[in-house]
Design a protein around this ligand. Structure first.
Ligand SMILES: CSC[C@H]1O[C@H](OP(=O)(O)O)[C@H](O)[C@@H]1O
Length: 380
């Protein structure tokens, strides 16, 4: 098997284009995104001038991944305020763009609260717009700091579970710098292990149907000089059976109060495989992904996506929202089942790693204590 070998010393961010950035050209403020639907073949900027454009970008997964969705949602509220649009309408539209990732709502609501508070105290829409932007920028900074802390806690857990290093880690979907204000969540742990010389192999699930693993994680791992190997999702089982996986590291889009974890579809089968083969199944996510208002896994709304994402290979020209135009993989008219996420019950989760530390076993009480600790920790 011709695996990619580690390239010590090479350690570059995924792109020279930031994943998300706010700019204020003379014609008015804009939110600029690195269009993730065009990666890895093209590094293209997507300029959003209003919340509607940002909502479409979120729906198309041009910007994607729970933590950065929260950052984007907050900037979207600031954009609407700065450009004089109806802020409440913009907030509602942004929150509806993708229902499973709780961070989107967290970011939108944080900027909206800042806007409303400032408008109440000053009566000045400009001051309120400034407050919304400050909230988005603070969230952006905090996420970068949280990513670094998750990486450190996650590596410490890997070393504790598997003393001696040489970790062979399997990951699913994409959880690197493309989903974060920093270096990501689960991927950031693998990157920390690589930098410490303790990552023997990163197994990268391609992650059908939108191929976040093949298109994005493999690309990030290559830029970071990591030793990685791409595999089809269906090949993961044989890797476990061959004893080639020491741990599974995945992200999360929403963690219910009971510890149920919603994440990219295909995560739950990995949890079952990990349990059967006695391999740690580790979830890495910021505390803000823990949603105390969602009691259990059955309460999590799982986003259902269009069938053409399964029945077609989407070319850069084929919109991931408009649909069609891709290369058919199935007979025309084929109906497809396409949940974007699945839910893993807490009993299959070895640990949840956050910026406040790791929780294991995963219990409602431990998660509540973690959230309380985060609230008590001063923001960056
Ligand atoms: C840790 S955020 C990344 C998270 O988001 C992905 O979903 P999507 O690509 O649809 O935004 C996937 O669930 C990842 O684990």
């Amino acid at each position: 098997m011709a695996d990619q070998q580690a390239r010590p010393g090479e350690d570059k961010r995924p792109s020279e284009i930031p994943v998300i950035r706010w700019e204020e050209p003379p014609e008015g403020p804009v939110l600029i995104l690195l269009d993730q639907t065009r990666l890895p073949s093209e590094e293209v900027e997507l300029v959003c001038t209003d919340a509607s454009a940002l909502m479409e970008a979120i729906r198309a997964l041009a910007v994607r991944g729970a933590p950065v969705l929260g950052i984007a949602g907050a900037y979207g509220v600031a954009l609407a305020a700065a450009r004089g649009f109806d802020v409440d309408e913009a907030a509602e539209a942004l929150e509806s763009a993708r229902p499973t990732a709780v961070n989107l709502s967290v970011g939108v609501r944080r900027a909206l609260a800042a806007y409303r508070d400032a408008l109440t105290t000053t009566g000045d829409p400009t001051a309120a717009a400034t407050a919304a932007l400050a909230a988005a920028q603070a969230l952006h900074r905090e996420d970068a700091e949280a990513s670094a802390r998750m990486a450190a806690h996650g590596l410490a857990l890997l070393d504790e579970l598997m003393p001696g290093g040489g970790h062979r880690v399997l990951t699913h979907c994409n959880t690197g710098a493309l989903v974060s204000g920093g270096e990501g969540t689960a991927f950031a742990v693998a990157l920390a292990a690589h930098r410490a010389g303790r990552l023997r192999r990163l197994w990268v699930d391609e992650t059908r149907p939108l191929l976040q693993g093949a298109r994005l994680t493999a690309w990030e791992a290559a830029r970071r000089g990591m030793a990685y190997t791409l595999l089809t999702d269906s090949a993961a089982g044989s890797l476990f059976a061959a004893g080639e996986v020491d741990a599974v590291l995945i992200g999360a889009d929403r963690i219910a109060a009971d510890g149920s974890v919603a994440n990219k579809v295909g995560s739950y089968p990995l949890a079952v495989l990990a349990r059967y083969h006695h391999v740690p199944f580790i979830v890495v996510a910021p505390v803000t992904t823990i949603d105390p208002d969602t009691p259990d896994g059955a309460s999590i709304e799982v986003e259902q996506r269009p069938g053409f994402e399964v029945t077609e290979i989407l070319t850069p020209q084929a919109s991931a929202v408009g649909g069609g135009g891709g290369v058919p993989l199935a007979p025309l008219g084929t109906q497809a089942y396409n949940p974007a996420f699945d839910v893993t019950p807490p009993e299959l989760v070895t640990a949840i790693v956050t910026e406040e530390g790791a929780v294991s076993p995963v219990t409602p009480q431990a998660l509540a204590a973690l959230s309380a600790r985060a609230r008590a920790t001063p923001a960056a």
